[in-house]
Write a protein that binds this ligand. Sequence first.
Ligand code: ATP
Length: 249
Amino acid sequence: MSAPATAIRFNEVTLGYGRRPAVHHLNGAISAGSLTAVVGPNGAGKSTLLKGIVGTLKPLDGRIRLDGPSSEIAYLPQAAEIDRSFPLSVYDLVAMGLWSRSGLFGGISAKDRAKIEEALEAVGLIGFERRPISTLSGGQMQRALFARLLLQDAPVILLDEPFTAIDAKTTADLLDLVRRWHDESRTVVAVLHDLDMVRRVFPETLLIAREPVAWGDTLEVLSADNLLKARRMVEAHDPHAHVCQRGAA
Ligand SMILES: Nc1ncnc2c1ncn2[C@@H]1O[C@H](COP(=O)(O)OP(=O)(O)OP(=O)(O)O)[C@@H](O)[C@H]1O
C-alpha cells in the first residue's frame, strides 16, 4: 500500500515573534485526510503553530509546505481573538464562508442561499439569522463559526481550542461535524486541552512544548512520561532567549 499523501510538511521550522522563537526544530508532516490533535501546556506554541500553517506568521527559519494554496485552509482562531462587537448578523457571518470561493463582491446566488440555510441547520441555528453576533452566547457563536467553516468547504481545517468554555451538548454537536469532515477525507488539525476527548476522537496527536515532544498514534503520544516531559520543557524554557543556537557549530 502506498504512503498517504502529505497535506502539510514542516522542514526545520522556527516560528516566533520578533527574533524570539516560540516553536522550533519542527520537522515532520501531517497526512492528507488525517485527524490530528495538537496538545501541550499553556505557552507551548500551539496557536503559534496554527498561525504558521495559515500563513499569518512567517517562519523565522525553515519552511512550511502546503499541498495546495493557503486559501484552501479554513481556520478557526481562539474565541478571544474574534471581535464580537463588529456589527454583523449571524447570516452575514456565516455567508462570509463563501468569500474565499465567490469573492467579496461576488453576490449571493439562490444556490448560495440554500447552502447557507443548510449550514445554519447543520449547527442548529435556524431562526438566529438576523441576530447580531454581539447578542449570541459563547456556544451559539461557536456554532455560527462552525457554519462558516462548513461553507468554506476547505480540504484543510484548523481549529484553535474550538470547545473551550462550550457546554457538553454544543461540544457533542460540533464534534459530530469534525467527524463528518474526517469522513469526507478533509485534513483536520485541532488544538485541544481535553486529553480524554483527544484519546476518544483523534487518532493522531502532536504533543508540543516549544518543540515536538512526540508525534504519532495518540495513545502512544499521550503517555504519562511524555506529558511530564512536555510540562518540564515548557517550565524550563527561557522566554527571553533569542533564536536558538542548537545545531550551530
Ligand atoms: N503576538 C505575540 N507576540 C509575542 N509573543 C507571543 C505572541 N503570541 C504568543 N506569544 C508567545 O509565544 C509563546 C507561545 O504562545 P502560544 O499562544 O502559541 O501558546 P499556546 O500553546 O497556544 O498556549 P495556550 O494553551 O495558553 O493557548 C508564548 O510564550 C507566548 O507568550
